[in-house]
Design a protein around this ligand. Structure first.
Ligand SMILES: [Zn+2]
Length: 356
């Protein structure tokens, strides 16, 4: 049901790939398995993405009202052949580990956009840990990036991050045991580059994004403010749904200046939202951007391989002066995907607000 692979990237004839990710295409793949010999194998489609694709081809922009915060990448498709040999006559157990012979994945490019990577061969060495296998939770690692000298710099950005992240953890925690999703948060990286505190153009935001690449995490860049905040809803996600996903946002999410700079946007499915609010407004904004990082699109706007979010849920676009709904849905939880997701253990409480 899941297959995620991430790498720092490789050199190719077309340039360095940058962060590279592979994930299973579709909801599940079938392997044939012979319990007597332990041999399992199968063929399935994989979605391939690497940062060089974004650099050469650019992004697809969402065509929704309210905020243009989805920067959807072009992706390619590979056909993967996996073969793995488990011990003979293996039976599920409540605990214990099983050492498995290295699995081999051989993937060939089947639908190309740039074609810099045509073949991937991976030798996967792993142990099967029954305790983890039977109580799975999935984690997405987050790398905060703030502008300032260090954590004791009183003028450093990132003041809104703890609250925004707390709400994101809480909203995605509502997936409960149906699809237990959590976040692991790295220590912030500080960029001592005051010019980035106020982003004047989208090009400046692109330079900022290029400053930090953490291969196994979604970077969340927090500036003080951006002059084009109304266009993005104050923040946006780039390379949505891929290992290269990055969010750029600002501290003004919880400190929108008066007079109100832009209208709020309320889709018909949302509870009425004041047309324009100032002050501490966008508590669930980062939860929404991380929804894009988890391959979800705005309701009614599926494109580029992203999955449409549930109407009325947190995946509704809202604009800068109105918060994204504090509502989680079972379908959003179920549809979430990113090659960076990895297995772990957690206690999963809570339940989605919308059953589907
Ligand atoms: Zn959005």
């Amino acid at each position: 049901m899941e297959f995620n692979l991430v790498s720092k990237g490789v050199y190719t004839a077309k340039g360095r790939t940058g962060v590279l990710g592979l994930r299973l295409k579709g909801e599940e793949a079938r392997l044939s398995y012979d319990p007597r010999t332990g041999q399992a194998s199968g063929k399935f489609s994989l979605v391939l993405h690497y940062e060089l694709l974004d650099k050469v081809k650019g992004f697809r922009r969402g065509r929704t009202k309210g905020e243009a915060d989805e920067f959807v990448p072009y992706t390619e498709t590979m056909v993967g052949k996996l073969s793995v040999r488990f011990p003979e006559g293996m039976r599920p157990a409540s605990k214990g580990r099983v050492v498995v012979e290295p699995a081999i994945l051989e993937a060939e490019l089947s639908s190309s956009v740039l074609g810099a990577v045509r073949r991937i061969r991976v030798v996967i060495r792993f142990r099967l840990d029954w305790a983890r296998f039977l109580a799975p939770a999935e984690f997405l690692r987050i790398q905060p990036v703030f502008i300032g000298r260090n954590s004791s710099d009183p003028n450093a950005t990132g003041k809104a991050f703890p609250e925004l992240m707390k709400r994101a953890v809480e909203l995605w925690g509502r997936c409960g045991s149906g699809r237990c999703l959590g976040f692991v948060i790295n220590r912030p990286i500080y960029l001592n580059a005051p010019a980035y505190k106020v982003l004047e153009t989208e090009a400046e935001a692109a330079s900022l994004r290029a400053e930090v690449d953490v291969a196994d995490a979604v970077e969340v860049f927090v500036v003080e403010r951006m002059d084009f905040a109304c266009a993005w809803g104050g923040g946006a996600c780039f390379s949505s749904g891929t290992a290269a996903a990055k969010v750029v946002t600002c501290d003004q999410q919880l400190n929108i200046p008066a007079p109100c700079p832009c209208p709020g946007y309320c889709p018909a499915t949302c509870p009425p939202c004041p047309p324009c609010q100032t002050g501490d407004v966008n508590y669930y904004h980062l939860a929404h951007e991380l929804g894009h990082a988890l391959n979800l699109a705005h309701p009614g706007a599926p494109h580029g391989g992203l999955v449409e979010g549930t109407p009325g849920s947190n995946m509704e676009p809202s604009g800068f002066c109105c918060d994204n709904p504090d509502v989680q849905s079972a379908r959003n939880c179920r549809s979430a995907s990113n090659p960076l997701l990895y297995w772990g253990r957690a206690i999963c409480r809570g339940a989605p607000d919308i059953d589907d």
